[in-house]
Design a protein around this ligand. Sequence first.
Ligand SMILES: NC(=O)c1ccc[n+]([C@@H]2O[C@H](COP(=O)([O-])OP(=O)(O)OC[C@H]3O[C@@H](n4cnc5c(N)ncnc54)[C@H](O)[C@@H]3O)[C@@H](O)[C@H]2O)c1
Length: 252
Amino acid sequence: MKIAVVGTGYVGLVTGTCFAEIGVDVVCVDIDAEKIARIERGDIPIYEPGLDEMVIRNMKAGRLRFATDLSACLDGVEILFSAVGTPPDEDGSADLRYVLDVAHSVGRYMTDYLVVVTKSTVPVGTARKVKAAIQSELDKRGEKIDFDVASNPEFLKEGNAIADFMRPDRVVVGVESKRAEALMQKLYKPFMINKYRIIITDIPSAEMIKYAANAMLATRISFMNEIALLCDEVGADVGAVRKGIGADDRIG
Ligand SMILES: NC(=O)c1ccc[n+]([C@@H]2O[C@H](COP(=O)([O-])OP(=O)(O)OC[C@H]3O[C@@H](n4cnc5c(N)ncnc54)[C@H](O)[C@@H]3O)[C@@H](O)[C@H]2O)c1
Protein backbone atom coordinates (compact mmCIF):
# COMPACT_ATOMS: atom_id res chain seq x y z
CA MET A 1 0.00 0.00 0.00
CA LYS A 2 1.21 3.51 -0.80
CA ILE A 3 0.41 6.55 1.36
CA ALA A 4 1.42 10.19 1.52
CA VAL A 5 1.83 12.21 4.70
CA VAL A 6 1.63 15.96 4.17
CA GLY A 7 3.32 18.03 6.88
CA THR A 8 6.55 16.47 8.13
CA GLY A 9 6.53 17.94 11.62
CA TYR A 10 6.33 16.00 14.85
CA VAL A 11 3.17 14.11 14.01
CA GLY A 12 3.81 13.70 10.27
CA LEU A 13 7.38 12.44 10.62
CA VAL A 14 6.48 9.95 13.35
CA THR A 15 3.37 8.79 11.44
CA GLY A 16 5.18 8.35 8.13
CA THR A 17 8.16 6.60 9.69
CA CYS A 18 6.05 4.22 11.80
CA PHE A 19 3.89 3.24 8.82
CA ALA A 20 7.07 2.62 6.78
CA GLU A 21 8.35 0.48 9.64
CA ILE A 22 5.35 -1.85 9.28
CA GLY A 23 5.95 -2.17 5.53
CA VAL A 24 3.86 0.62 3.99
CA ASP A 25 5.32 2.61 1.08
CA VAL A 26 5.40 6.20 2.42
CA VAL A 27 6.17 9.60 0.97
CA CYS A 28 6.39 12.49 3.44
CA VAL A 29 5.83 15.94 1.98
CA ASP A 30 6.59 19.34 3.49
CA ILE A 31 6.76 22.86 2.10
CA ASP A 32 9.84 23.53 4.25
CA ALA A 33 12.61 22.52 1.82
CA GLU A 34 15.33 23.03 4.43
CA LYS A 35 13.60 20.63 6.83
CA ILE A 36 13.24 18.00 4.11
CA ALA A 37 16.90 18.35 3.10
CA ARG A 38 17.96 17.94 6.75
CA ILE A 39 15.84 14.80 7.20
CA GLU A 40 17.18 13.32 3.97
CA ARG A 41 20.70 13.77 5.40
CA GLY A 42 19.58 11.80 8.47
CA ASP A 43 19.53 14.94 10.61
CA ILE A 44 16.20 14.63 12.43
CA PRO A 45 14.84 18.04 13.52
CA ILE A 46 12.95 16.76 16.58
CA TYR A 47 14.08 14.90 19.67
CA GLU A 48 12.37 11.55 19.68
CA PRO A 49 14.36 8.58 21.01
CA GLY A 50 14.95 5.98 18.28
CA LEU A 51 13.38 8.02 15.48
CA ASP A 52 16.61 8.85 13.64
CA GLU A 53 17.64 5.18 13.24
CA MET A 54 14.11 4.29 12.19
CA VAL A 55 14.05 7.04 9.52
CA ILE A 56 17.44 6.02 8.12
CA ARG A 57 16.57 2.29 8.16
CA ASN A 58 13.32 2.84 6.26
CA MET A 59 14.87 5.30 3.80
CA LYS A 60 17.57 2.73 3.02
CA ALA A 61 14.91 0.03 2.59
CA GLY A 62 13.18 2.28 0.03
CA ARG A 63 9.91 2.44 1.98
CA LEU A 64 10.28 6.03 3.17
CA ARG A 65 11.04 9.04 1.03
CA PHE A 66 10.71 12.78 1.37
CA ALA A 67 9.56 15.48 -1.02
CA THR A 68 8.52 19.11 -1.25
CA ASP A 69 6.27 18.95 -4.29
CA LEU A 70 2.92 17.27 -3.59
CA SER A 71 1.93 17.27 -7.25
CA ALA A 72 4.77 14.86 -8.05
CA CYS A 73 3.93 12.46 -5.22
CA LEU A 74 0.32 11.40 -5.68
CA ASP A 75 0.78 8.65 -8.25
CA GLY A 76 -0.51 5.37 -6.76
CA VAL A 77 -1.25 6.92 -3.37
CA GLU A 78 -4.44 5.48 -1.84
CA ILE A 79 -4.46 7.34 1.47
CA LEU A 80 -3.17 10.86 2.11
CA PHE A 81 -2.70 12.05 5.69
CA SER A 82 -2.73 15.74 6.43
CA ALA A 83 -0.62 16.43 9.53
CA VAL A 84 0.06 20.15 9.21
CA GLY A 85 -0.03 22.55 12.13
CA THR A 86 -3.22 24.08 13.56
CA PRO A 87 -1.86 26.91 15.74
CA PRO A 88 -4.29 28.85 17.92
CA ASP A 89 -5.67 32.03 16.35
CA GLU A 90 -5.85 35.30 18.31
CA ASP A 91 -9.24 34.29 19.76
CA GLY A 92 -7.97 30.82 20.70
CA SER A 93 -9.70 29.00 17.84
CA ALA A 94 -7.64 26.66 15.65
CA ASP A 95 -6.14 28.33 12.57
CA LEU A 96 -7.18 25.99 9.75
CA ARG A 97 -5.23 27.83 7.07
CA TYR A 98 -2.64 25.08 6.60
CA VAL A 99 -5.22 22.28 6.69
CA LEU A 100 -7.26 24.00 3.98
CA ASP A 101 -4.13 24.83 1.93
CA VAL A 102 -3.38 21.11 1.82
CA ALA A 103 -6.98 20.33 0.84
CA HIS A 104 -6.83 22.82 -2.04
CA SER A 105 -3.51 21.36 -3.23
CA VAL A 106 -4.95 17.84 -3.12
CA GLY A 107 -7.93 18.96 -5.21
CA ARG A 108 -5.59 20.64 -7.70
CA TYR A 109 -3.32 17.64 -8.19
CA MET A 110 -5.22 14.41 -7.50
CA THR A 111 -5.74 12.12 -10.46
CA ASP A 112 -7.34 9.04 -8.86
CA TYR A 113 -9.53 8.02 -5.94
CA LEU A 114 -7.98 9.04 -2.61
CA VAL A 115 -8.91 8.97 1.05
CA VAL A 116 -7.86 12.32 2.50
CA VAL A 117 -7.37 11.83 6.23
CA THR A 118 -6.98 14.68 8.69
CA LYS A 119 -4.54 13.79 11.46
CA SER A 120 -4.12 17.35 12.70
CA THR A 121 -6.14 18.35 15.76
CA VAL A 122 -9.13 20.19 14.31
CA PRO A 123 -12.58 21.32 15.47
CA VAL A 124 -15.69 19.35 14.59
CA GLY A 125 -16.81 20.21 11.06
CA THR A 126 -13.31 20.53 9.59
CA ALA A 127 -13.64 17.40 7.43
CA ARG A 128 -16.65 19.03 5.79
CA LYS A 129 -14.53 22.11 4.97
CA VAL A 130 -11.70 19.90 3.66
CA LYS A 131 -14.17 18.06 1.42
CA ALA A 132 -15.61 21.33 0.08
CA ALA A 133 -12.11 22.71 -0.63
CA ILE A 134 -11.07 19.59 -2.57
CA GLN A 135 -14.36 19.54 -4.50
CA SER A 136 -14.05 23.24 -5.40
CA GLU A 137 -10.64 22.57 -7.00
CA LEU A 138 -11.96 19.54 -8.89
CA ASP A 139 -14.87 21.66 -10.13
CA LYS A 140 -12.44 24.36 -11.33
CA ARG A 141 -10.57 21.65 -13.24
CA GLY A 142 -13.84 20.25 -14.58
CA GLU A 143 -12.77 16.83 -13.28
CA LYS A 144 -14.98 14.18 -11.73
CA ILE A 145 -12.72 12.15 -9.44
CA ASP A 146 -14.09 10.23 -6.46
CA PHE A 147 -12.54 10.86 -3.08
CA ASP A 148 -13.38 10.42 0.58
CA VAL A 149 -12.43 12.42 3.61
CA ALA A 150 -11.72 10.81 6.97
CA SER A 151 -10.58 11.78 10.45
CA ASN A 152 -7.82 9.98 12.33
CA PRO A 153 -6.81 12.17 15.27
CA GLU A 154 -3.39 11.63 16.83
CA PHE A 155 -2.89 11.02 20.56
CA LEU A 156 0.91 10.62 20.68
CA LYS A 157 3.00 12.28 23.39
CA GLU A 158 6.24 14.03 22.43
CA GLY A 159 9.21 12.02 23.76
CA ASN A 160 7.23 8.77 23.70
CA ALA A 161 5.77 9.15 20.23
CA ILE A 162 7.11 5.96 18.63
CA ALA A 163 5.77 3.73 21.41
CA ASP A 164 2.47 5.66 21.43
CA PHE A 165 2.12 5.16 17.68
CA MET A 166 3.24 1.52 17.51
CA ARG A 167 1.37 0.42 20.66
CA PRO A 168 -1.57 2.81 20.89
CA ASP A 169 -4.23 2.79 23.62
CA ARG A 170 -6.64 3.13 20.73
CA VAL A 171 -6.81 4.28 17.12
CA VAL A 172 -9.81 6.43 16.27
CA VAL A 173 -10.95 6.49 12.65
CA GLY A 174 -13.92 8.55 11.45
CA VAL A 175 -15.22 7.65 7.99
CA GLU A 176 -18.29 8.24 5.86
CA SER A 177 -17.97 5.47 3.26
CA LYS A 178 -17.38 1.72 3.25
CA ARG A 179 -14.60 2.20 0.70
CA ALA A 180 -12.66 4.55 2.99
CA GLU A 181 -13.30 2.28 5.97
CA ALA A 182 -11.93 -0.74 4.10
CA LEU A 183 -8.74 1.12 3.13
CA MET A 184 -8.20 2.43 6.67
CA GLN A 185 -8.80 -1.06 8.08
CA LYS A 186 -6.25 -2.44 5.61
CA LEU A 187 -3.67 0.18 6.62
CA TYR A 188 -4.18 -0.38 10.35
CA LYS A 189 -4.48 -4.19 10.09
CA PRO A 190 -1.06 -4.87 11.67
CA PHE A 191 -2.17 -2.89 14.71
CA MET A 192 -5.39 -4.90 14.92
CA ILE A 193 -3.45 -8.18 14.83
CA ASN A 194 -1.67 -6.91 17.93
CA LYS A 195 -5.12 -6.40 19.49
CA TYR A 196 -4.87 -2.62 19.80
CA ARG A 197 -8.29 -1.12 19.74
CA ILE A 198 -9.47 0.49 16.53
CA ILE A 199 -12.58 2.58 16.99
CA ILE A 200 -14.34 3.14 13.68
CA THR A 201 -16.96 5.87 13.86
CA ASP A 202 -18.52 8.72 11.92
CA ILE A 203 -16.34 11.76 11.20
CA PRO A 204 -17.84 14.33 13.63
CA SER A 205 -17.54 11.80 16.48
CA ALA A 206 -13.87 11.14 15.66
CA GLU A 207 -13.18 14.90 15.58
CA MET A 208 -15.06 15.31 18.87
CA ILE A 209 -13.18 12.43 20.57
CA LYS A 210 -9.88 14.28 20.17
CA TYR A 211 -11.19 17.60 21.51
CA ALA A 212 -13.05 15.89 24.37
CA ALA A 213 -9.93 13.88 25.30
CA ASN A 214 -7.80 17.06 25.32
CA ALA A 215 -10.44 18.84 27.42
CA MET A 216 -10.58 15.93 29.89
CA LEU A 217 -6.78 15.83 30.26
CA ALA A 218 -6.60 19.62 30.73
CA THR A 219 -9.41 19.49 33.29
CA ARG A 220 -7.66 16.77 35.28
CA ILE A 221 -4.40 18.76 35.35
CA SER A 222 -6.22 21.92 36.48
CA PHE A 223 -8.15 19.92 39.07
CA MET A 224 -4.96 18.36 40.51
CA ASN A 225 -3.28 21.79 40.59
CA GLU A 226 -6.18 23.11 42.67
CA ILE A 227 -5.99 20.06 44.96
CA ALA A 228 -2.22 20.60 45.33
CA LEU A 229 -2.83 24.22 46.43
CA LEU A 230 -5.42 23.03 48.94
CA CYS A 231 -3.01 20.36 50.20
CA ASP A 232 -0.43 23.10 50.87
CA GLU A 233 -3.05 25.06 52.81
CA VAL A 234 -4.13 22.15 55.00
CA GLY A 235 -0.77 20.37 55.35
CA ALA A 236 -1.73 17.31 53.27
CA ASP A 237 0.65 15.38 50.99
CA VAL A 238 -0.56 15.78 47.39
CA GLY A 239 1.29 12.62 46.31
CA ALA A 240 -0.61 10.54 48.84
CA VAL A 241 -3.89 12.24 47.89
CA ARG A 242 -3.25 11.53 44.21
CA LYS A 243 -2.62 7.83 44.94
CA GLY A 244 -5.65 7.67 47.17
CA ILE A 245 -8.08 9.10 44.66
CA GLY A 246 -6.43 7.35 41.68
CA ALA A 247 -7.02 3.95 43.34
CA ASP A 248 -10.72 4.40 42.56
CA ASP A 249 -11.35 2.66 39.20
CA ARG A 250 -13.79 5.39 38.23
CA ILE A 251 -10.99 7.97 38.54
CA GLY A 252 -7.60 6.25 37.98
N1 LIG B 1 3.10 17.45 18.50
C1 LIG B 1 2.24 16.72 19.21
O1 LIG B 1 2.57 16.20 20.29
C2 LIG B 1 0.85 16.48 18.72
C3 LIG B 1 0.12 15.42 19.25
C4 LIG B 1 -1.17 15.18 18.76
C5 LIG B 1 -1.70 16.00 17.77
N2 LIG B 1 -0.95 17.06 17.29
C6 LIG B 1 -1.56 17.88 16.23
O2 LIG B 1 -1.01 17.47 14.98
C7 LIG B 1 -0.87 18.59 14.10
C8 LIG B 1 0.58 18.74 13.67
O3 LIG B 1 1.33 19.01 14.82
P1 LIG B 1 2.95 19.00 14.79
O4 LIG B 1 3.38 19.18 16.19
O5 LIG B 1 3.43 17.83 14.01
O6 LIG B 1 3.22 20.34 13.94
P2 LIG B 1 4.61 20.89 13.36
O7 LIG B 1 4.52 22.37 13.42
O8 LIG B 1 5.76 20.18 14.03
O9 LIG B 1 4.59 20.42 11.83
C9 LIG B 1 3.75 20.92 10.87
C10 LIG B 1 4.47 20.82 9.52
O10 LIG B 1 3.55 21.11 8.47
C11 LIG B 1 4.27 21.77 7.45
N3 LIG B 1 3.33 22.43 6.53
C12 LIG B 1 2.57 23.54 6.72
N4 LIG B 1 1.81 23.79 5.64
C13 LIG B 1 2.08 22.83 4.73
C14 LIG B 1 1.62 22.54 3.43
N5 LIG B 1 0.70 23.30 2.81
N6 LIG B 1 2.13 21.45 2.79
C15 LIG B 1 3.06 20.67 3.37
N7 LIG B 1 3.53 20.89 4.63
C16 LIG B 1 3.06 21.95 5.29
C17 LIG B 1 5.21 22.71 8.20
O11 LIG B 1 6.29 23.14 7.40
C18 LIG B 1 5.63 21.80 9.37
O12 LIG B 1 6.82 21.08 9.06
C19 LIG B 1 -1.44 19.79 14.88
O13 LIG B 1 -2.80 19.91 14.59
C20 LIG B 1 -1.26 19.36 16.34
O14 LIG B 1 -2.19 20.01 17.19
C21 LIG B 1 0.31 17.30 17.72
